[in-house]
Design a protein around this ligand. Sequence first.
Ligand code: NDP
Length: 335
Amino acid sequence: MKVCVIGAGVSGLPAIKSCIEAGLDVVCYEKSSDIGGLWNYRPDQDVGGTVMKSTVVNTSKEMMAYSDFPPPEDWPNFMHHSYVQKYLRLYAEHFSLIKYIHLNSEVKSVKKDEDIHKWRVTLKSGQSEIFDKIMLCTGHHAIPYYPQFRGLEKFKGKILHAKEYRDYHGFEDKNVFILGIGNSALDIAVELSKISKSVTVSTRRGTWVFNRAAQAGMPYDIVFQSRLYYWLMKVLPWTIANDFMEHRLQQRLDHDLYGLRPNHRFFQQHPAVNDNLANLLASGLITITEDIETFDETGVIVKGGRHFDADVIILCTGYTFSFPYLDPSTLIPII
Ligand SMILES: NC(=O)C1=CN([C@@H]2O[C@H](COP(=O)(O)OP(=O)(O)OC[C@H]3O[C@@H](n4cnc5c(N)ncnc54)[C@H](OP(=O)(O)O)[C@@H]3O)[C@@H](O)[C@H]2O)C=CC1
């Protein structure tokens, strides 16, 4: 059986490995010039998504590792993206995956040939090949989500999406207004807080903020993966588990005081992970504010009427995803 893996990132690499182990004939097409997907930091390119220069992954290496290939012991628990990329390369080399990967090979279309019940994969170069099965490993952090905001067109400053943000250059002494409070928003806010004139983060519903370093500096996701916690999670009612977690987080950072407390309970949503936020809020270097009401030429008006001057608005509003190369593109419905 012949399988085509599209994308040579974190999912594409183990997909190739699994195909080889199952004795399948596998070919992987990767549109950029290297493996790694998001973790292949490409400051000057706009092919697919990429991390920012200072990104440190917010899952510990113990938890994010492939189970059959742990990262080297002496590497940090939370890896800078350059280590993640090195790790992916080691993995690909260890399992001899590189020879199956065709770099700079963008898939233009994947179409079912109904006569032979197989898939025709056509590259941008025009080359085309038939496969029995296709594995779509193209990720979901490459297409920015741009919500519609009333009055945004009035704003005269610069507007960009987090996807375009690479590093702090160009933001020195600027009034920066960040929209959204996911991990992109907080990573960017922390990075700019000491060099920009002001950094304001607007959120419509707040978030719970976790720290990478839990007790004794241990990664939070290891501390909470103990048998005791598993057992507690099984026997305790959700509300008590939520009370427990929220109480712990409140001890590190008063979510009410800084306008962060969300309406949802801790286990209902993906939390933000940030070790520097509490300190920077206490230092007045980052301000959290309400949801957007509207915009004017010089800045942002939030619910309640407060105005924030802004030179730059960064939309950290997340990503959407689709499979534009699928023909028809609705082949996989996205809800
Ligand atoms: N260091 C790391 O490891 C990093 C990891 N990541 C990961 O990448 C993924 C993407 O993160 P991120 O880019 O932060 O995107 P997210 O989807 O996590 O966050 C998007 C944010 O935008 C807000 N938003 C969306 N639409 C609107 C709107 N119309 N009005 C107001 N606010 C809006 C959301 O608010 P609401 O919650 O109300 O919908 C939310 O706060 C996540 O899984 C994240 O954990 C990202 C950066 C760094």
